[in-house]
Design a protein around this ligand. Structure first.
Ligand code: 13P
Length: 230
């Protein structure tokens, strides 16, 4: 195994552990994948807790989701790999995908409420708006198809009555978007319970969008001026 593959396997296990410890997945929920090379990927196995994975448990697969290396433990690739492949197919800039069921974000997805309130600079800079894709049954093609309207413009999408998916140029960046998404959803939930969240003004949001580009130089897609629309 080369250094890059070892690094990817270690990062996937590390991010899986963080997701489990941060209430983003229960039991065996969630999955992670990363592009290894042209037409090859490393993904989490189906039906295992993402909190207790070791590098050799991960699956090495081709673009059809078939194992290209024997997995010593007989584990099979994630049942959601079709959703990951749809994202790689539509977004050439993406090298890793994270799917989870973070508590507060999933509560929003259950209420069919997209995250579109500009309440905190970091949430505006990182995500801006997190749209919600129509319900699709897990493991079917309904789920990847439901993402199609959002893949071009967003790096984080809520999945109705299910959870969320985020993606980025590497495993850590894809995971961080999931963490930012959950933090944003939790802040919105808490502040709505304390009072009425005060939203940033159009001028403040415009300034943040400029800072995102010129100072923070954040890569990835973002809805930009849509954050100003009421
Ligand atoms: P897998 O264990 O097959 O990856 O599925 C977990 C999940 O969260 C399905 O939505």
């Amino acid at each position: 195994m080369d250094t890059r593959e070892k690094l990817l396997r270690d990062q996937i296990c590390d991010m899986g552990r963080r997701m489990y410890l941060k209430d983003m997945v229960a039991a065996n929920d969630g999955n992670i994948s990363a592009k290894l090379g042209e037409g090859s990927f490393i993904c989490t196995p189906t039906g295992v807790s993402k909190g207790f994975m070791t590098p050799e448990m991960l699956c090495k697969i081709n673009g059809n989701g078939e194992l290209i290396e024997d997995n010593l433990q007989g584990l099979r690739p994630s049942s959601e790999i079709k959703m990951h492949f749809k994202i790689y197919e539509k977004r050439g800039d993406i090298s890793a995908v994270v799917h989870a069921h973070p508590l507060h974000a999933t509560a929003h997805a259950i209420c069919h409420k997209q995250l579109d309130k500009q309440i905190m600079p970091e949430a505006t800079i990182a995500l801006g708006i997190v749209p919600i894709a129509e319900y699709g049954a897990p493991s079917t093609t309904e789920l990847p198809d439901s993402l199609l309207p959002y893949l071009e413009e967003y790096d984080a999408v809520l999945l109705a009555n299910h959870g969320a998916v985020t993606y980025g140029e590497n495993v850590v960046s894809a995971y961080y978007k999931m963490e930012s998404l959950e933090f944003y959803a939790k802040l919105l939930y808490l502040s709505s319970n304390i009072g009425t969240p005060k939203e940033l003004s159009a001028e403040q949001v415009t300034q943040l969008l400029e800072l995102r580009e010129k100072v923070y130089k954040v890569v990835g897609r973002h809805p930009g001026k849509k954050c100003l629309k009421k």
